[in-house]
Design a protein around this ligand. Structure first.
Ligand code: AMP
Ligand code: MN
Ligand code: MN
Ligand code: MN
Length: 277
């Protein structure tokens, strides 16, 4: 089966490698078809596409959008859209502006529990302040000695119910899926195993996603266990969704699964990359 990896991040959002370096690392690790899917930003696509052409691997344009659905934050990956679509770029620019405002509030919350300098600290990890992510705060919190690693500081400070978590108004599911489809792309549910949804809520979410034009889900993901893979393979078959495969690579030391090291798609699924490759 094709060694595809359709979910990855660079310094254009909260990854640590520049776009071209993500491509080189992927190529070295045997990836044959890569999508760079930075959060809310398209600026990594052109340099990554050029690097992919130079090293001779396939490349698909990508983006990861956060949406609010019934009070839960869900990530939608867009693949294969026209990277120069003006409406998509404009809508993402609006989301980026709101990220910096949220970052200021996260820093104020952390200040209140005695952790100072978090805004400046997190910003030191970003190239673009508008792409400020909880991942940048996590790197600062580890640096400041607030926890031993990224997942531990997330758990103690940055998730709902914890002192550095700030509710945020992300675009709706319908908005983000619409932007992707209107730009000629395919909307994919990112790492569905990560959401705190009951089985019933998951079915309702997938019904809604399909009804508004969503066509694929990540079955194999860096954040899925073997049981998650079986569960979402079965849901993909039941709903007639195309199946995707992506590591969600952010950094060599942070990612559970490195580029190109994912399990194969289970049998009986239609790979989403048939649309591009
Ligand atoms: P944001 O989009 O700014 O809310 O930040 C979400 C980002 O933080 C995700 O894209 C991941 O990169 C990272 N992240 C979220 N939850 C965790 C976690 N539990 N452990 C490690 N990284 C996480
Ligand atoms: Mn991220
Ligand atoms: Mn995500
Ligand atoms: Mn991601």
């Amino acid at each position: 089966m094709l060694n595809s990896d359709l979910h990855s991040h660079s310094t254009a959002s909260d990854g640590v490698l520049p776009p071209a370096d993500v491509v080189l690392r992927a190529a070295t690790r045997g990836v044959e078809l890569l999508a760079l899917t930075d959060h809310d930003d398209l600026s990594g696509i052109a340099p990554a596409a050029q690097a992919a052409a130079e090293v001779g691997i396939g490349f698909v344009s990508g983006v990861e959008a956060s949406v609010g659905w019934n009070g839960v934050s869900i990530h939608i990956v867009g693949l294969g859209f026209q990277p120069d679509n003006a409406a998509l770029a404009e809508n993402l620019a609006g989301v980026r502006t709101s990220r910096l405002v949220r970052g200021e509030r996260i820093a104020a919350d952390l200040e209140r529990i005695g952790i100072g300098g978090a805004l400046e600290g997190a910003l030191r990890y970003t190239k673009n302040p508008q792409l400020l992510s909880r991942a940048h705060f996590a790197r600062y919190l580890v640096e400041a000695g607030c926890g031993r690693n990224i997942s531990s500081v997330f758990e103690h400070y940055l998730v709902p119910g914890k002192p550095g978590y700030v509710e945020h108004r992300w675009p709706s599911l319908e908005e983000a899926v619409g932007w992707i489809i209107d730009a000629g792309g395919v909307a994919v549910v990112a790492h569905p195993g990560r959401y705190k949804l009951s089985a019933r809520e998951m079915r309702r979410f997938l019904d809604e996603f399909r009804a508004i034009g969503g066509r694929a889900i990540e079955v194999v993901s860096g954040s899925h266990s073997a049981a998650d893979i079986r569960r979402f393979a079965s849901l993909a078959r039941r709903y007639g969704f195309l199946a995707s495969r992506g590591s969600d690579f952010h950094a060599p030391e942070e990612s559970v699964i490195d580029l190109g090291r994912l399990a194969q798609l289970p049998d009986g699924l239609e790979p989403v990359w048939r649309l591009f490759y």
